[in-house]
Design a protein around this ligand. Structure first.
Ligand code: ADP
Length: 191
């Protein structure tokens, strides 16, 4: 199995690159952000609770996202592999993902981090907010809160994969095509 963690701050381009990875490698895309937004659309209790935190730029509780990922892994037993996008976002989530995969005799192949500086991120997110209708993209204060949550809680997840020799990082600035080529080269090397 090819199991990729696509890593990087909000606005780094994880969703865009995921679309290309799905096409090339036939992987199942698991984006916790998309799964949560879907819960909100369906008006579930989970969605209502998550929305308050998401609109404030804060992370939702670990057990909520771990439960969603666990369900998706169970529902896709025959998959060639997965792209984890926006997950794991805390060290506790990374530990939980390792044990979920282990129970299926699988493991993360590699983490690929997209590096983009804070000014460029803020610019991209505000631009995306104009078209996406996402409330968390429209407000500069919420964007800065998300970047702070990332630096405080999510950035340490890189260390978790470094300790397993699974961490790689590439520049997330440049053309979508060039960045995709860099990601493909990492996969060719690691898979
Ligand atoms: P971004 O573009 O900011 O990376 P996502 O679409 O991945 O956004 O996530 C949007 C919001 O959903 C986050 O700000 C957070 O509130 C919540 N969220 C998504 N994934 C997770 C996760 N793994 N753990 C906790 N909260 C999450």
């Amino acid at each position: 199995m090819l199991n990729l963690v696509l890593f990087g701050p909000p606005g780094a381009g994880k969703g865009t690159q995921s679309q290309h990875l799905i096409e090339k490698y036939g992987l199942i895309h698991l984006s916790t952000g998309d799964l949560l937004r879907n819960e909100i659309l369906q008006g579930t209790e989970l969605g209502l609770e998550a929305k308050k935190l998401m609109d404030a730029g804060m992370l939702v509780p670990d057990e909520v996202v771990i439960g969603m990922i666990s369900n998706k892994l169970d529902a896709n037993r025959d998959a060639e592999g997965f792209i984890f996008d926006g997950f794991p976002r805390t060290v506790a989530q990374a530990e939980a993902l390792d044990s979920l995969l282990k129970s299926k005799d699988s493991a993360i192949t590699v983490m690929i981090a997209l590096e983009v500086n804070d000014d460029e991120l803020e610019h991209r997110l505000l631009l995306r907010g104009k078209g996406s209708g996402r409330p968390d993209d429209a407000n500069p204060e919420v964007i800065r809160r998300r970047i702070k949550e990332y630096n405080d809680k999510t950035a340490p997840v890189a260390g978790f994969y470094k300790a397993q020799n699974k961490f790689t990082s590439i520049s997330g600035i440049g053309s979508i095509h060039d960045i995709f080529d860099s990601i493909s080269a990492v996969i060719a090397d690691k898979a």
